[in-house]
Design a protein around this ligand. Structure first.
Ligand SMILES: Nc1ncnc2c1ncn2[C@@H]1O[C@H](COP(=O)(O)OP(=O)(O)OP(=O)(O)O)[C@@H](O)[C@H]1O
Ligand SMILES: [Mg+2]
Length: 235
């Protein structure tokens, strides 16, 4: 389980995150949703120990990321898709990461199959489309066979078939008892993939609960989201 309590982070004059509190449970897909600049990426970076919070705590099963004994096989994350060397092939990149992190070599072919990148696994990364890069980044995150997956705007750059594929992938991942936290600035991107929603606006969590509770008031997702982010109505 992922637990964030009272997270806050200021960058100079910018209060990126002021009060973010939520949990993401095992066996569930949790969507972190909010408009551009709401503080989603900063929140995910604090969870992963890449940004030190000014206040609050972020833990995985009670342990902060930096104190996990085997972080690579506990949490897989895709925050940024530009990590592979342009001259390496997808397979070469996966082999390098697996060697550095001490993951079994057999995982390389397994993740290539999992994310369906076999047809371009031996091509150089510099010629990859955004969707191919997304799949490679996801494959890299899965090398350690993690129990938790954290994805920042994973559907960016995916075509409709890729979006359906990703949705099925995260649902299956959670159905095996694992935890998925996925961000998006487009709520409708997530309506077919999440169990729970965490809404974030101007650095604060404004609503948390199940997708079913969110739409229980007879409004559409879009109406409920706009109402919460503009604070004109409460669904
Ligand atoms: N390293 C940084 N230095 C200065 N300001 C930052 C930094 N990182 C984020 N910010 C600011 O913090 C705020 C929140 O940014 P963040 O990237 O977390 O938002 P987001 O919800 O991920 O947005 P988007 O949907 O556009 O990805 C923004 O005002 C952003 O400009
Ligand atoms: Mg972001």
């Amino acid at each position: 389980m992922i637990e964030a309590v009272g997270l806050a982070k200021r960058f100079g004059p910018v209060e990126a995150v002021s009060d973010v509190t939520f949990t993401a449970g095992a066996g569930r897909v949790t969507g972190l949703v909010g408009p551009n600049g709401a503080g989603k990426s900063t929140t995910l970076r604090m969870l992963l120990g890449l940004v030190t919070p000014d206040a609050g705590t972020a833990t995985f099963g009670g342990t902060p990321y930096r104190e996990l004994l085997a972080p690579g096989s506990t949490v897989g994350a895709v925050l940024d898709i530009a990590a592979a060397h342009p001259a390496s092939t997808a397979r070469g990149h996966l082999a390098t990461v697996a060697a550095l992190a001490g993951h079994a070599r057999v995982r390389i072919d397994q993740v290539i199959d999992t994310v369906d990148l076999r047809s371009f696994a031996d091509r150089r990364v510099k010629g990859f489309s955004t969707g191919m890069r997304q799949r490679l980044a996801l494959a890299t995150a899965l090398l350690g066979d993690p129990a938790v997956l954290v994805l920042d705007e994973p559907s960016n750059g995916l075509d409709p078939a890729g979006i359906v594929w990703l949705r099925t992938f995260v649902r299956d991942f959670a159905a095996s008892g694992r935890t998925v936290l996925v961000s998006s600035h487009v709520l409708t991107d997530l309506e077919h993939s999440v169990d729970d929603l965490v809404l974030i606006d101007r650095g604060r969590t404004t609503w948390t609960g199940s997708l079913a509770e969110f739409t229980a008031h007879g409004t559409t997702l879009e109406q409920a989201f706009l109402a919460l982010t503009t604070k004109e109505l409460t669904p």
